[in-house]
Write a protein that binds this ligand. Structure first.
Ligand code: G3P
Length: 223
């Protein structure tokens, strides 16, 4: 199972250092199934027992892109994993830009956690699967370092995850399109993680709020 934590705009470099120290110590040895996405200013240079990923990047090595983060900056911290398509970022860019990021990350061999998810209107109109299929049309579903995270927008940050029957329908559909690992994200917490992980085809979780405290994240990992 893959356990990924998206810390979003939380934690400073100092606090993430402590977070990483505790996580490293608890895990004891390297584990490729635990991924943490800290804010970019909190990236750590030291070796970790988990994968450190970037919440965002610009599809360039470097250049005249004010305020952006290129490959060169990720390289400096040994970062080989990126998050693409999170709904909180989709709101700021178009599909073409997301595709450019995917293509760049694939070209440079990054592990990619690619987020998809519908809003409540789409869900209520019964168009979830159609919508998700469209979101996936721009990427290579056979890329060997791809992980897909299904994050229904209506559940993110609410404390209430999607119904496991709805998650099951979506993961079944995604599994018919690709063989890559499938994660669920959207208010995963200690009350629902067991049920979510038991859904057929669920290969792990992408956790936001419930992973902000490292002790909580560890509890969720340990089950
Ligand atoms: O990427 C993780 C995320 O969007 C879910 O956030 O706070 O609902 O667990 P949260």
């Amino acid at each position: 199972m893959i356990f990924a934590a998206n810390l979003k705009c939380n934690h400073t470099r100092a606090s993430f250092k402590i977070y990483a120290e505790i996580l490293n110590k608890t895990m004891g040895a390297k584990c490729d199934d635990i991924i943490v996405f800290p804010p970019s200013v909190a990236f750590l240079e030291n070796e970790n027992n988990f994968i450190q990923g970037a919440q965002n990047f610009y599809p360039c090595v470097n250049g005249a892109f004010t305020g952006e983060l290129g490959k060169e900056h990720l390289d400096e911290f040994g970062i080989k994993c990126v998050l693409i398509g999170h709904s909180e970022r989709r709101a700021l860019g178009d599909e073409e830009f997301i595709k450019a990021k995917f293509d760049f990350a694939k070209e440079h061999g990054y592990k990619i956690v690619f987020c998809i998810g519908e809003n409540l209107d789409t869900k209520n109109s019964g168009k979830t699967l159609e919508f998700l299929k469209k979101q996936l049309e721009i990427i290579d579903l056979n890329y060997e370092k791809l992980i897909i995270a299904y994050e229904p927008i209506y559940s993110i940050g609410t404390g209430v995850s999607a119904q496991s029957t709805d998650i099951a329908k979506v993961l079944e559909f995604l599994a018919s399109l690709t063989k890559v690992p499938l994660l669920y994200g959207g208010s995963v917490n200690e009350n629902n993680i067991k049920e979510i992980l038991s859904v057929n085809h669920c290969g792990g979780v992408l956790i936001g709020s419930a992973a902000l405290k490292v002790e909580n994240f560890i509890k969720l990992i340990k089950g």
